[in-house]
Design a protein around this ligand. Sequence first.
Ligand code: ADP
Ligand code: MG
Length: 693
Amino acid sequence: MSAARLLDRSVQYLKGVGPRRAEALAKLGIRTARDLLRHGPHRYEDATTVTPIAKLAPGMDVTAVGEVVSKGVVPTRRGLRFFQAVIRDSTGLIECSWPGQPFLDRTIRKGDTLLVSGPVRFFHGRQIQPREFTVLARAGEPAEEEGTVFPVYPATAGLTHRQIRRIVRQNLDALLAAVEDEGDIVPDEIRHSFELVDLRAALDWLHRPPTIPHAELARRRLAFDELFVLQVLYARARYENREKRDGLAFQRHNTLVRPFADSLSFELTNAQKKVLSEISNDMAQARPMNRLLQGDVGSGKTVVALFAMLRAAENGYQAALMAPTELLAEQHHNTVTAMVGDLPIELVLLRGGLRSAERREALERIASGDAQLVVGTHALIQEGVEFKCLGLAVIDEQHRFGVHQRMQLRRAGAEPDVLVMSATPIPRSLALTFYGDLDVSVLDELPPGRQPVKTVLRGESARSRVFEFVRTEVEAGRQAYVVYPVIEESEALDVRSATEAFEHLSNEVLAELRVALIHGRMPGDEKDQTMRRFVAGEIDLLVSTTVIEVGIDVPNASVMVVEGAERFGLSQLHQLRGRVGRGADQSYCIVIHGGREPPERLAIFAATNDGFEIARADLRLRGYGDFFGARQHGLPEFAFADLERDEPLLHAARDTAAAIIAADPLLERREHQALAHALRTEYRERLQLFDVG
Ligand code: ADP
Ligand code: MG
């Protein structure tokens, strides 16, 4: 049988599997032999450091292996029940004791070979209190040879980790031979320069590493593959995009851009100028622009976007600005309306709550080309709104707009230029991984005259003093926000907590202030009106439920109070903090947390104002799934790569991929055959996902 056939066959036909176990394996995502081969252990038990039982002494922290010779549940005087087992090796016997875990009596059987690790103490003789244990073999099963590292696989209903280990062991040599026949997707030269082990060795050591460091070498190599394949796809996408000639080349007419620049009440920052020239150059090319605009909160992304939109408009094309929510779309609309001022430009807001006649009219103006700038939600393209001639799409992301949707946009018409704005700074490793097909511009400078926001962490007992402070600020002519977290389990609950707080604040604590409430369940026009009053300074304190609801720009607001801070991610908190400090005066972000001491992650938040640093910490603490909020479609998943730890590997993968595609875009060279083959077969799903095949 050819190598590929063996690896791509159903796992069912492997030794020791069969239909029933194949079903159980499918629950772990293992369908083919190749899947099994890449199913890594989630941990290893290191039996290379096993101490003979005779040598165990109180005070040591050990790993021991022995056969269970007796066991049972022992009650103690205080009513706590212990599970105890005595294990034996060729040198002696020792008791193992698990306080409060009588249920282990059902898991551990007499005759089992047990690996335990934990401290040895003296209690009527020597005793181990295992931190961890693994049943290496059941009674009657052949015991594993000592002196090895045992892989412990994620198990599933119908298959224990031992059964999975046995299946892997039985088939590993045959599968590795097939891997060798297929060839390595990473050319030798590259492997050597990054000190990566070859694929066969990696897969071998993944399953039976002679030592723990071998297992890490295996992981590192497999992590490289995951990153590398993705980067090859991105490199291809960028290559194809560069080759395209059917994009729009916008001329620098400056009939709108110049007057707009002249009308601004401020000078652009150097970062804004630099980014604008990058965008302007992109837009002047016949190939479609594909650019990510990153910048910290308040770095002035909206102005930059507006320049680009006016460039499209002065060339006779339409530009769309899309936000993740209705409210943000409305705010963008307000901002844009105010900023374009008297410029001769037609602007349309397409929002959800329009009456059908209004909506029809808006759609007609978009279709006829009468509307030059169109502001709406992401639904603008998802619902296939028809544009006469869309030249530029600006997508304000807030972490919600997947690769897929971006692709949809390009399919929607002639290739418009695309500018993605990331509302929250994202660490470079994430940008390269999730936006690898985009060029990146970074606004790394805040407009001058901004004072950094002062951040303080306060326990709940300080709440009344916090609101006293709010009163002082309001008396000094400023405005403030109080934000409550979204309580995921129940939308009603977070509305209630904000509503109750509103009642309490407006009737009692701050009765003489003008307090207003805004939350996600309010009708759109009511929200809109409240916002407008806040912007106009007719409201002193805005009580609100979510981040989004306060995504507005009110320079006079100087205090942001965040309640229930535990429920917010660091990046979200940073977004909230970015709502103040927009004017020239000192602003404050006051974070109220439960408990006596603030959690450590809040201390990180208080310690820095740098959005990129916060994003890195957030990513480290939550993982990227949560960082991006909700389960996103189209995020690549990694079994081996860890974006933080493997950042150097990511850069290596990216540079390598770029070099390979630059030299051999269609992967025709002999040394790239294994890679080309893998992209066509093994990684095909991903290719479709990213639509860059
Ligand atoms: P972002 O979207 O990046 O968070 P915005 O575009 O909302 O930031 O800009 C924040 C505020 O700073 C707005 O009030 C905007 O008008 C103002 N602003 C933007 N650029 C400058 C600049 N160069 N100088 C002074 N103020 C600026
Ligand atoms: Mg903005």
